[in-house]
Unconditional design. Structure first.
Length: 318
């Protein structure tokens, strides 16, 4: 076994009272999978107020937890030989801020062991091998472009993960939606796995809290560009919430439904909409307290060329 210098100490928040320990930790430490946390609990690598708990223990809130990760040697993700497929927006001793292109998977998973952002980060900076998931703190869907913060040390990652759990990291997106949205608003609807299609998420009364704020950035004849701010960070949250209110994201292959083509649209507009290959969603702004200095920092990135071109075509029609 290979031990890592990334021991994490934390306190169970009061809002987790009544949850199983493994579920509470999965929320507090999103850089680890729930199954991995369960393995560490069972192996005695998690202590709760100085004791070795069961994964099924119901927490009360306020308990002190220490997590000591451990990996098998073959569980490390290799860097691979692919060129680094992202742009570095900012770097310092504690963090990278990067611009992820559409089409890049963030983490290795079932059937995907190479060609991911995590592989590319390890190629860029081999020292990231000592940080869980190569320092990745949050994620974007494969076909969503935009800004991500990556921690360069275990201490920086622990602080950023804690800030993310406390909703102290601001994340804003640009989303091009079908239809004309009349005004800004908030979608406060819990999300969980779809009951029959397990790769999808859905609004469910028994789901986890999910809150999405949106305001109008620009109106087009039959579409609206929204500026969206996440209060929570559930899987596919923006895509599901906007589809739920009847304004799915243009090009979304999972939640977009049948493609809507505006009546009377020009052939240029119809071609642009039909050929856009992904959901028109871009993480445009990221703001957080720097994990080393504590000072507020923020970063912005314009949408990639394909997104900008689609907006220009839509703007060409009155």
């Amino acid at each position: 076994m290979h031990s890592d210098p990334e021991t994490t100490e934390l306190e169970i928040p009061t809002e987790s009272a009544g949850e199983r320990l493994d579920a509470a930790l999965a929320r507090l430490l999103p850089q680890y999978s729930r199954s991995r946390l369960q393995q560490w609990i069972d192996a005695g690598r998690v202590s709760l107020d100085g004791t070795s708990p069961s994964r099924r223990l119901r927490v009360q809130g306020g308990e002190k937890v220490v997590v000591r990760p451990e990996y098998l040697p073959d569980e490390r993700v290799s860097a691979g030989e692919a060129a680094v497929p992202f742009t570095i927006v900012h770097r310092d001793a504690a963090v990278y801020v990067i611009m992820k292109p559409a089409g890049l998977v963030v983490h290795p998973g079932a059937g995907v062991r190479s060609g991911t952002l995590q592989n590319a980060l390890l190629q860029l900076d081999p020292e990231l091998a000592r940080v869980p998931r190569a320092g990745i703190v949050h994620r974007l869907d494969k076909d969503t472009s935009g800004l991500l913060v990556v921690a360069r040390t275990p201490a920086a990652q622990a602080r950023l993960v804690k800030a993310l759990a406390a909703r102290d990291i601001e994340r804003e997106y640009l989303a091009l939606c079908q239809g004309r949205v009349t005004a800004g608003g908030t979608v406060d609807e819990p999300l969980g796995r779809h009951r029959t299609q397990r790769t999808k998420m859905a609004v469910r009364p028994d789901g986890r809290e999910a809150i999405t704020h949106y305001r109008i950035e620009r109106r087009f004849r039959a579409h609206t560009l929204l500026r969206v701010q996440l209060e929570t960070g559930r899987t596919h949250q923006i895509r599901v919430h906007l589809a739920h209110i009847g304004h799915p994201i243009v090009g979304d292959p999972v939640y977009g439904g049948r493609k809507r083509l505006p009546a009377g649209a020009s052939p240029v507009v119809i071609d642009a909409l039909q050929s856009f290959p992904r959901q028109a969603l871009h993480a445009t702004r990221l703001a957080f307290a720097h994990p080393k200095t504590g000072r507020p920092v923020q970063f912005e990135a314009a949408p990639p060329q394909d997104f900008e071109q689609l907006l220009a075509v839509l703007a060409s029609e009155p």
